[in-house]
Write a protein of this length. Structure first.
Length: 358
């Protein structure tokens, strides 16, 4: 017996699938983009057909002397590089591996959350790395939100002038790709990414490479933003000095091994624990001081989110909560939570910001 409804059902299904695919394509074609321009890592977040897609590259480089042979070998091994007079500039993720192998220090286009004015290759390298992860705008004027650190330092010092230069350099680059670029504070981006369930009210902290960036917001409106130039890079340099190793190598070993819940078993682990303690103490001290000074009050307890690569090791939340008990904040905290994906939270938050800025 022939099922009369069969072919019709099939056609309906084909039509519905096609409609869904077109909807997906439209969504993706007009999808905004978020970029975390970090001292240690660059991360891009954009809406894919089903979920948010992220990609990243290390914000580092290493010049090696030019030779035709080296250039050919790099090319054959798909290592990102460009030629700069007598040097080949290896950039992105490979730079760290090379530095590690040569027992050298990788160089960075950025320091303390901003383009490093003392590094002459800063902008060319930063642009080369960005080029590998940020595509050209699909339509002229598409919104791209990118993270920037706070202008205010821990002692209230003003980095406004340096921040203006940093923002303008990046805006110029992103405009060249066809985007309408919007800077967003990094701590606020963390709030946008992680605190929808609290109506974007609470404290967002990104513990990155060069900086810890802190923002407090009420219903998405920031009421306090500051930065602390002490984060992963500080830990790497300080531990490196104790165990007589390059910071670049400490960084790699730290990312592979650190578990703050396990008691340290050697000198390296002990040093890592000591400087992690030191970092969290400084962070909470400055936060408590800022909240007291600004006389911040809240109607109800607020959540506190920890994001950034430095918040990634197991036990970071427990360390933070333990330290908070010895130095309570002047406002009640509802809960301390680590971001779902600490390394991409800022980029995801920037993307959410871009979606609403359209
Ligand atoms: N698994 C891990 N364990 C410990 N530390 C890690 C881990 N993964 C990354 N990190 C550290 O996190 C830091 C980088 O974090 P992140 O990418 O959030 O910083 P960034 O955004 O580039 O820097 P910033 O926000 O300061 O400009 C580095 O110090 C890195 O060593
Ligand atoms: Mg960051």
């Amino acid at each position: 017996m022939v099922d009369a409804a069969g072919p019709k059902d099939h056609l309906w299904k084909v039509a519905l699938d096609a409609e869904e695919r077109i909807e997906d394509l439209v969504k993706v074609a007009s999808s905004p983009i978020g970029v975390d321009v970090g001292t240690s890592k660059l991360v891009v977040a954009k809406k894919g057909p089903r979920e948010v897609e992220t990609s990243g590259a290390l914000n580092a480089f290493l010049p090696v002397p030019y030779s035709r042979f080296t250039e050919a070998t790099l090319g054959q091994n798909n290592i990102a590089y460009y030629r700069d007079e007598g040097d080949l500039i290896i950039y992105g993720t490979a730079a760290e591996r090379f530095a590690n192998m040569f027992n050298a220090e990788a160089r960075r286009p950025m320091a303390d959350g901003m383009v490093n004015p003392r590094e002459k290759l800063a902008m060319p390298v930063l642009e080369a790395i960005l080029q590998t992860i940020v595509p050209k705008a699909r339509a002229q004027g598409e919104i791209l939100a990118f993270s920037v650190p706070a202008a205010e330092g821990p002692g209230g010092e003003n980095r406004e002038a340096a921040l203006t230069y940093h923002k303008a350099s990046l805006q110029q680059y992103f405009r060249g790709l066809g985007y309408e670029p919007r800077p967003i504070n990094e701590g606020l981006a963390v709030i946008f990414s992680e605190l929808e369930d609290y109506n974007f009210t609470g404290i967002g902290i990104s513990c990155g490479g060069g900086m810890c960036n802190v923002a407090m917001a009420h219903l998405s409106v920031p009421s306090m933003m500051f930065g602390l130039p002490k984060a992963g890079d500080y830990i790497d340099t300080a531990v490196g000095a104790v165990i007589n190793e390059h910071a670049t190598r400490v960084k790699v070993m730290k990312e592979e091994n650190l578990d703050l819940l396990r008691p340290p078993s050697d000198k390296f682990q002990r040093a890592l624990h000591i400087y992690y303690d030191d970092l969290v103490q400084s962070l909470i001290e400055v936060l408590a001081h800022k909240l007291t000074k600004a006389d911040k009050r809240t109607e109800r307890p607020v959540p506190l989110i920890l994001a950034g690569g430095t918040a990634k090791p197991r036990g970071f939340k427990e360390l933070f909560e333990r330290t908070l008990k010895t130095r309570p904040l002047p406002i009640p905290i509802a809960e301390v939570r680590v971001a779902r994906d600490p390394l991409t939270a800022t980029a995801r938050g920037a993307m959410i910001n871009a979606m609403y800025e359209r």
